[in-house]
Design a protein around this ligand. Structure first.
Ligand SMILES: [Zn+2]
Length: 138
């Protein structure tokens, strides 16, 4: 496999390939998602890529009615909110991502602890292509 630096650009490239990748410190084993070039625990810089399996559970969420411009362009607004959540992965780290397949207009129906499976939302084309990480109930 080609060597990619442990940074956001590599992280985004992997997302475009439907892969969620983190960095693991070879010294202490600490895992970071998104990847970091320096370990946040022991400050060493010997990292390796780790493929995240994509299973986790919902530990926190918020229903957002007024999102950033790219979410407004997707048609989300006060009448059609979306959910952003914190997912604790099986690997033990937490990531923030969109939560699909839940009713954002009825946040009281969304349960903390719900098992989730990741998916990749591809938007735009060519140079504008981006991939958003999302999770939905498994
Ligand atoms: Zn470390």
């Amino acid at each position: 496999m080609e060597v990619r630096p442990f940074n956001d650009i590599s992280y985004e490239r992997f997302l475009n390939e439907d892969k969620l990748m983190g960095s693991r410190c070879r010294k202490c084993g600490s895992l970071s998602v998104p990847p970091r070039s320096i370990c946040t625990k022991c400050y060493q810089s010997e990292m390796e890529w780790v493929a995240i399996k994509g299973k986790g559970k919902l530990v926190a969420f918020t229903s957002i009615a007024i999102g950033p411009p790219f979410m407004i362009r997707e048609g989300y607004d006060r009448k059609r909110p979306y959910v952003s959540g914190v997912i604790e992965l099986e690997e033990g780290v937490k990531v923030v991502a969109r939560i699909e397949g839940v009713d954002a207009s009825k946040p009281e129906t969304i349960r903390i602890g719900t098992p989730l499976q990741m998916e990749f939302l591809h938007r735009g084309e060519g140079a504008d292509a981006t991939t958003f990480l999302a999770f939905r109930p498994a």
